[in-house]
Design a protein around this ligand. Structure first.
Ligand SMILES: NC(=O)c1ccc[n+]([C@@H]2O[C@H](COP(=O)([O-])OP(=O)(O)OC[C@H]3O[C@@H](n4cnc5c(N)ncnc54)[C@H](O)[C@@H]3O)[C@@H](O)[C@H]2O)c1
Ligand SMILES: O=c1ccn([C@@H]2O[C@H](COP(=O)(O)OP(=O)(O)O[C@H]3O[C@H](CO)[C@@H](O)[C@H](O)[C@H]3O)[C@@H](O)[C@H]2O)c(=O)[nH]1
Length: 435
């Protein structure tokens, strides 16, 4: 099938590449000329493990094309996926301007029946809005389908090739048949394709993300309570997770959830609720707890050192989680902001996300070329991202570089036994402090 993807960010590019890998001819459209030029030259503009190989393979096979010309792509395709940004507007609600402006353009360009598939995360009722927007400009028949995306950054290729489920929201039989055809390769391998109405499909996405945000936040509160009563959150986590009604995944406490999705989607669902006179009390509490959790170690650092003016802090990890270059709503940034305000000096190391942080913070902080150089003359180390290379460090080498042997670990990277004999003061989340 010929398919157009509008927007080639994390979702659009991965979706486009995956659909090409499944044998479709895919036209990826973006307004960012520079990005499109890069992609035409075989350069993947984002860091996503496994993507480059598949991307190059499908370009070579002439199944994957890039353009800034929406009309050209539209004319070639029967199905148009929207993978456009839906950032929070000033009041926290999802900003639909990207989606609706492309809907307007599509309306003006339609010459024959098309299906417009919305992969962006959008509030309930957006399919109707897209339909109304397109209808203003055309009498030609079309369908709008909700098909939310559940991929995780860092595992985007894996999640797209082998999703837990595919949700398709449509009440049109014609659209349902075509969507079933696109996802037939998944059906063949036993992946459920769940058809439902558009509104339920749109809400499924917010409900799933918000539930996971609540799950993490609940564990962060349990972790904070563990510290009060002398329990160990790692043991509690194992004990809880062994009940398969709870499960082991997404029970890892830390310095709060970040990224381009959970914070904005929780906010947007709260806002959508308010518009109906409905209070999502659990989500409001989740937001509040998460806001504090993101910087919970700053007060620990202050408790340890007193005045932070002039203190040198090494920071391992800038990305909002491991295996991505994405720094949107990263806890590292919240910590940097407050630590700088308090007069600390920061040297950060993150091999993958450094460039993105440089664009935002410039030389407000220093950047180290490797994890050990970041520690030179540091009064303490703060760990903000769980990159694998931090998992089993040489504690002697670390000690030889640092002014003081002090670690604040926002990701519980080490088993307590790993640190026990190293002579480090080690403060993690929800576990005994070693000193
Ligand atoms: N990032 C994720 O892990 C993830 C996962 C699931 C769902 N989502 C949702 O998917 C949507 C897209 O997210 P993303 O992270 O891929 O965004 P992104 O910011 O990485 O990419 C969006 C792309 O759209 C392009 N764009 C903007 N306006 C355009 C226009 N008029 N025409 C063509 N291209 C245009 C931008 O240049 C950019 O390349 C959002 O609604 C998000 O909530 C994201
Ligand atoms: O046990 C855990 C799991 C995650 N996190 C944090 O939660 C945030 C989000 O992590 P993750 O869900 O892995 O990353 P995303 O790539 O943002 O993916 C989420 O958001 C996407 C965008 O909507 C959805 O498609 C995915 O299904 C959903 O997992 C990150 O800050 C993680 O550090 C924890 O603190 N503890």
């Amino acid at each position: 099938m010929n398919i157009t993807i509008v927007g080639t960010g994390y979702v659009g590019l991965v979706t486009g590449t995956t659909l090409a890998e499944l044998g479709n001819t895919v036209y990826c459209v973006d307004i960012d000329f520079k990005k499109v030029e890069q992609m035409k030259q075989g350069i993947v503009p984002i860091y996503e493990p496994g993507l480059e190989e598949m991307f190059l393979r499908n370009i070579q096979a002439q199944r994957l094309f890039f353009t800034t010309d929406l009309r050209e792509a539209l004319n070639e395709s029967e199905v148009i996926y929207l993978a456009l940004p839906t950032p929070p507007g000033e009041d926290g609600s999802a900003d639909l301007s990207y989606v609706l402006s492309v809907a307007t353009q599509i309306g003006e360009m339609l010459t024959e029946y098309k299906i417009i598939v919305n992969k962006s995360t959008v509030p309930v009722g957006t399919a109707d809005k897209v339909r109304e927007t397109i209808s203003v400009h055309t009498n030609i028949e079309f369908d709008v389908v909700s098909n939310p995306e559940f991929l995780r950054e860092g595992f985007a290729v894996e999640d797209s090739m082998n999703p837990a489920r595919v949700i398709v929201g449509t009440e049109s039989e014609r659209a349902q048949e075509i969507m079933a055809k696109i996802y037939q390769p998944f059906t063949n391998t036993g992946i459920p394709i769940i058809f439902m109405d558009e509104k339920s499909s749109e809400l499924t996405k917010y409900a799933a993300n918000s539930f996971l945000a609540v799950k993490i936040t609940f564990m962060n509160e349990i972790a904070n309570y563990c510290e009060k009563v002398g329990a160990d959150v790692d043991k509690v986590r194992l004990g809880m997770g062994s009940d398969d009604r709870i499960g082991h995944r997404f029970l890892f406490p830390g310095i709060g959830y970040g990224g381009s999705c959970f914070p904005k989607d929780v906010k947007a669902l709260i806002k959508s609720g308010k518009q109906e006179g409905f209070d999502f009390q659990i989500l409001e509490a989740t937001e509040e707890v998460n806001k504090n959790q993101k910087v919970i170690l700053v007060s620990e650092i202050e408790k340890f050192f007193g005045d932070l003016a002039g203190k040198k802090i090494a920071l391992w990890g800038l990305a909002f989680k491991a295996n991505t270059d994405d720094i949107r709503e990263a806890s590292s940034l919240d910590n940097i902001k407050i630590l700088l305000e308090k007069g600390a000096k920061i040297t950060a190391y993150d091999a993958i996300a450094e460039d993105n942080v440089r664009r935002v913070l410039g030389d407000q902080i220093s950047y180290a070329p490797d994890m050990y150089s970041a520690l030179q003359d540091a009064d303490c180390l703060l760990i903000a991202t769980e990159w694998s290379e931090f998992k089993n460090p040489n504690f002697d080498l670390m000690a030889s570089k640092m002014n003081q042997k002090v670690i604040f670990d926002g990701r519980n990277m080490f088993a307590l036994e790993q640190v026990e004999d190293s002579g480090f003061h080690y403060k993690s989340i929800g576990r005994r402090t070693i000193s």
